[in-house]
Write a protein that binds this ligand. Structure first.
Ligand SMILES: Nc1ncnc2c1ncn2[C@@H]1O[C@H](COP(=O)(O)OP(=O)(O)O)[C@@H](O)[C@H]1O
Ligand SMILES: [Mg+2]
Length: 381
C-alpha cells in the first residue's frame, strides 16, 4: 500500500483531476499533474504542475521520478504514455484497458465478446461500408470511433446517403453506426476494482442529457431494483473482464422494451458520479486514490438521495451568476472548477442537492435552477 504523503501522478488537469487532487490532499497525499494547459483546473491546486504534452518524454520521466503511482483523468491520454510510465512506477489503470475505452470499435468488440448487451451497430471504416448498411440500423447515429465526447463527433443519419455524407463530414475516419433506440431513461454506474481484485459500485444514477451533454443526475435512479442490480453487476463485470484496476464508469441505455444496454465505458471517474462527493460515504475520487494506492475500497453506500445539476458556461451568459440562488438552499452544495473562460457548453461546475427522496431532491434542484437561470430554456432538451 502507498501511504501519505507519497506523491501521486495525474495525467490530465481538468475538473476530474482537480477533484482527485482535492480528495488526495484531504487524505494527506501530494499530487503532480501533467497537463499542457497553463490554466488547468487541477494544475492550479496540485503540488506540482508539469506543463507539457502527454507524450513529452522529459515530462513523463519527471513524473516517473517524482511519483510512486500514476493515474489518469483524461480518456484520450495516449495509451503509450501509460505503458511507458508502467516500466518506471505503478500505473493504474493500464494503458491497455484505457485503449479499449478510447476507441468505440474496440469497446464494442470487447463488450460483445464478453456477453454484454449493446445497441445494434456496425463498423464504418471506409466510405464503401456505407453502401451496405443494413436498413434495420436506420435511423441511426454515426459516431467517430475516437475523440468524441459530450455528443461531439456524432451525426444523426436516416438514409445510406446520409451515412455517406456524415462519414465524410466527420473526417472520413473510422466510425460506428448505431441504431437509434427508443429510451425510457439512461443510467450509469461508477464501479471500482481494487489492486486486490475486489469490486464495488456506487448506487445507480439516472442521467438526463441536453444537447448531448449530461445535464442532471438523479440518485437513486428511478428504476426497478432488479434493473439497478443488473446494472451494478454489469459494471463490476466490465471491470473484471477488463482486468481493470481503478475507477470506471459504465453508461447504459434503458430501452422502452425494458432492455439494459451498455452504451460506453469511461476509464476514470465520471460526471454522473460527482454526486458521491456530497452523498456517499466515499467519493468516486477518494475511491480513485484508494485504488491507485492499493488501499482497500471504501464504503460506497448512499447517505442521502441526491440530484446533481451541471453548470455549463451558458450560465455565465449575462455575467457572474447569482450564486445566492444556490447558497440560499441549505441542502445544496456548489462546486466550481476554477475555469477562467465560460464558453457555451463548457463544464464550469455543478451543484448537488440532497433530499428526503429522489423526487424531493429533484424538485429542490429545479427550484435552484429556476432562480439561478431564469431564462433557462426547457425546450432545448
Ligand atoms: N444509439 C443511440 N440511441 C439513442 N440515443 C443515443 C444513442 N447513442 C447516443 N445517444 C444519446 O446521445 C448521448 C451521447 O452519446 P454517447 O455515445 O454517450 O457519446 P458521448 O461520448 O458524447 O457521451 C447519449 O447519452 C444518448 O442520450
Ligand atoms: Mg456518453
Amino acid at each position: 500500500m502507498i501511504f501519505p504523503d507519497a506523491m501521486l501522478g495525474m495525467l490530465g488537469g481538468g475538473q476530474l483531476g482537480r477533484m482527485f487532487t482535492l480528495a488526495a490532499h484531504s487524505m494527506g497525499y501530494r499530487v503532480a499533474v501533467l497537463d499542457p494547459d497553463r490554466l488547468s483546473p487541477a494544475g492550479a491546486i496540485a503540488d506540482v504542475h508539469l506543463r507539457a504534452a502527454y507524450q513529452d518524454r522529459d515530462a513523463l520521466q519527471q513524473l516517473a521520478d517524482s511519483c510512486v503511482a500514476v493515474t489518469t483523468e483524461f480518456e484520450n491520454v495516449p495509451a503509450d504514455s501509460l505503458r511507458w510510465l508502467a516500466a518506471h512506477c505503478t500505473v493504474r489503470p493500464t494503458g491497455d484497458s484505457v485503449a479499449v475505452a478510447q476507441d468505440r470499435i474496440r469497446e464494442k468488440r470487447f463488450l460483445t465478446q464478453n456477453g454484454f448487451d449493446v445497441v445494434p451497430y456496425t463498423v464504418i471504416e471506409r466510405i464503401e461500408d456505407s453502401h451496405n448498411v443494413e436498413p434495420a440500423l436506420l435511423p441511426g447515429i454515426l459516431k467517430r470511433a475516437r475523440f468524441g465526447y459530450d455528443g461531439k463527433g456524432q451525426a444523426r443519419v436516416s438514409t445510406p446517403d446520409e451515412v455517406r455524407s456524415a462519414f465524410m463530414a466527420l473526417g472520413s475516419e473510422a466510425c460506428v453506426l448505431e441504431k437509434r433506440v427508443a429510451l425510457t431513461c439512461e443510467v450509469s454506474v461508477i464501479a471500482a476494482r481494487g489492486a486486490d481484485g475486489a469490486t464495488k459500485s456506487f448506487p445507480v444514477s439516472e442521467n438526463q442529457h441536453r444537447r448531448g451533454i449530461l445535464d442532471v443526475s438523479i440518485v437513486p435512479a428511478r428504476v426497478s431494483q432488479a434493473l439497478a442490480e443488473h446494472a451494478a453487476r454489469c459494471a463490476q463485470a466490465v471491470a473484471v473482464k477488463l482486468g481493470y484496476c481503478g475507477v470506471l464508469a459504465v453508461e447504459f441505455f434503458v430501452t422502452t422494451d425494458g432492455a439494459l444496454l451498455v452504451n460506453e465505458i469511461a476509464p476514470r471517474p465520471h460526471n454522473s458520479g460527482h454526486y458521491t462527493i456530497d452523498a456517499c460515504a466515499t467519493s468516486q475520487f477518494e475511491q480513485q486514490v484508494r485504488t491507485l494506492c492499493g488501499l482497500p475500497l471504501g464504503d460506497t453506500r448512499l447517505l442521502s438521495p441526491v440530484v446533481m445539476v451541471n453548470l455549463l458556461g451558458d450560465v455565465w451568459q449575462r455575467g457572474h451568476p447569482a450564486w445566492d440562488a444556490v447558497f440560499s438552499c441549505p441542502e445544496a452544495k456548489l462546486h466550481l472548477y476554477g475555469k477562467h473562460e465560460a464558453r457555451t457548453g463548457r463544464k464550469m461546475g455543478h451543484y448537488t442537492v440532497l433530499g428526503v427522496d429522489a423526487d424531493d431532491a429533484l424538485a429542490k434542484a429545479v427550484a435552484v435552477r429556476a432562480k439561478l437561470c431564469p431564462d433557462f430554456d426547457l425546450r432545448a432538451a
